[in-house]
Write a protein that binds this ligand. Structure first.
Ligand code: FAD
Length: 447
């Protein structure tokens, strides 16, 4: 029997604690988390703010009580501030000041990530908001009850920024989306895909301030009143800053090996550079199969799987992660984009020469009347040297999202574009066309 301490009980921590408690009942599991809640699905934040869901209750799937019912000892509002890796000792304190000192046999760090703050004058003004925790979401929802908050600047046009811009627009606010990049969504999708989404946001009245660098938040009576960039001054009543997240790896700083952005470097068993210390979720690296190398991709999906893998290894059963492809999806208004692996632009950044197989077609045959149907645009990215698929993107108003999972597997299994061309894909008019756009795109690239 081992005593396993888990620091951090959000998505990675919860998956890990559940896995240990469900499978290895003889281990003692002790949990410390500095927050007061567990398992907040931040992905629901924009939906709650935009009133696409009426309440936040369903955004939690675990609690101190549910984990304790399985046998874990869970300490909330308990921050770990120091670790003595030689003595296998964690130290910290509860919110009321009571000290914590606890020994472990195995330690699992699941401390996640924290929002990046733009270091500009005015950053402490009232109504400058960050978006990560349930408490942040509650603050924003509360502030939106104030009708004097009319104009909102969203800083950062990644997934989270664009979703929030949509949510505020749906709530009748004037929204300006500000980013240093020229198009929204950065390198998640290729530029022409991003531009289609950007045009949609613009058509809904969201103002685009692309290619602008934030220089200052200007205040009036202690509250934010404007954002000054290198190109313009935007009058605002609230700022939502979501310019990125950095791994929260302070506890292992200068002791554990870290990646270029500070994430704990882990192997496929989630082991860090110190024996018996594991790291999972947003505080750790992943193995990225699209570049065959270590990378940092902060996603809840990666957090869950790394939590499961870390739990088995810390409990004594060897299990290797399969690595990840960075699969993701987004839906704004009625437009959906899903992607996995590398885009053409991202591949270029890694020095990988690629070619693309593209096609555009209706999801279902034209003879299908009175049924939901829409055009789907697909782009498959493959390596020029060995023709292996390294990425795929799709955009449509139709829900074609399930197909991206096959591309995730294709990247993991190193399938070539030529193999994909002749793959057995079913046809049935309710679902698709006899010449499936996936096959046609790949067939057009056959050599
Ligand atoms: C607005 C938003 C939308 C998102 N949407 C999606 C989405 O649609 N799909 C997706 O896959 N991902 C999404 N993500 C990303 C996803 O939320 C993260 O990848 C995920 O939360 C990572 O889980 P984690 O458990 O590793 O870390 P975190 O969620 O950051 O949790 C870390 C935990 O550690 C605790 N902790 C930290 N330091 C200490 C300490 N010193 N002592 C004690 N406790 C500590 C914290 O209190 C926290 O509970 C979104 C994120 C945001 C912010």
């Amino acid at each position: 029997m081992s005593k396993i301490i888990v620091v951090g009980a959000n998505h990675a921590g919860t998956a890990c604690i559940n896995t240990i408690c469900d499978n290895y009942k003889d281990h003692e599991v002790v949990v410390y988390d500095r927050n007061s809640d567990i398992s907040f699905l931040a992905c629901g934040m924009a939906l709650w703010i935009g009133k696409q869901i009426s309440k936040p209750d369903g955004l939690f799937y675990a609690s101190k009580e549910s984990l304790e019912a399985k046998g874990a000892k869970v300490h909330m509002e308990a921050e770990i501030t120091d670790i003595d890796f030689d003595k296998k000792l964690v130290k910290g304190q509860f919110k009321d000041g009571t000290k914590i000192e606890d020994n472990y046999d195995k330690l699992i760090l699941a401390t996640g990530s924290t929002p990046v703050e733009i270091p500009v004058p005015g950053k402490d003004l009232e109504n400058v908001q960050y978006v990560k925790l349930f408490q942040n979401a509650k603050d924003v929802v509360e502030k939106l009850k104030d009708p004097s908050i009319k104009k909102i600047a969203v800083l950062g046009s990644g997934y989270i920024g664009v979703e929030l811009a949509e949510a505020f627009q749906l709530q009748g606010r004037e929204v300006v989306l500000i980013d240093m990049l020229e198009t929204i969504l950065g390198t998640h999708f290729d530029k022409d895909f991003n531009i289609r989404m950007q045009n949609l946001l613009e058509s809904k009245g969201i103002k685009m301030a692309m290619g602008e660098r934030v220089e200052e938040y200007i205040g009036k009576d202690g509250k934010v009143a404007a954002v000054k960039t290198d190109k313009a001054t935007h009058e605002v009543d609230m700022i939502i800053s979501c310019v990125g997240f950095r791994p929260n790896s302070l506890l292992g700083k200068d002791k554990l090996e870290t990646f270029k952005n500070g994430a704990y470097v882990v192997n496929k068993k989630q082991e860090t550079s110190i024996k018996d210390v594991y790291a999972i979720g947003d505080c750790a690296t992943v193995y990225d199969n699209s570049i065959d190398d270590v990378n940092y991709i902060a996603l809840a999906t990666n957090a869950l799987r790394s939590g499961i893998v870390g739990a088995h290894n810390a409990s004594g059963k060897e299990l290797e992660s399969l690595g990840v492809q960075g699969s993701s999806g987004i839906m704004l208004y009625d437009l959906r984009m899903v992607g996995t692996g590398l885009t053409v632009e991202k591949a270029k950044g890694y020095g990988i020469e690629t070619e693309v197989a593209s096609f555009k077609d209706m999801q279902k045959p034209a003879f299908m009347e009175n049924t939901e149907n829409a055009e789907v645009d697909i782009r498959i990215v493959y390596r020029k040297d060995n023709r292996q698929i390294v990425g795929a993107q799709m955009i449509s108003e139709y829900d074609m999202s399930g197909a991206i999972h096959m591309f995730s597997l294709a990247i993991y299994k190193k399938v070539t574009i030529d193999e994909l061309a002749l793959l057995d894909l079913f046809f049935m008019p309710h679902f698709n066309q006899p010449y499936n756009y996936i096959s046609v795109a790949a067939l057009n690239s056959l050599k």
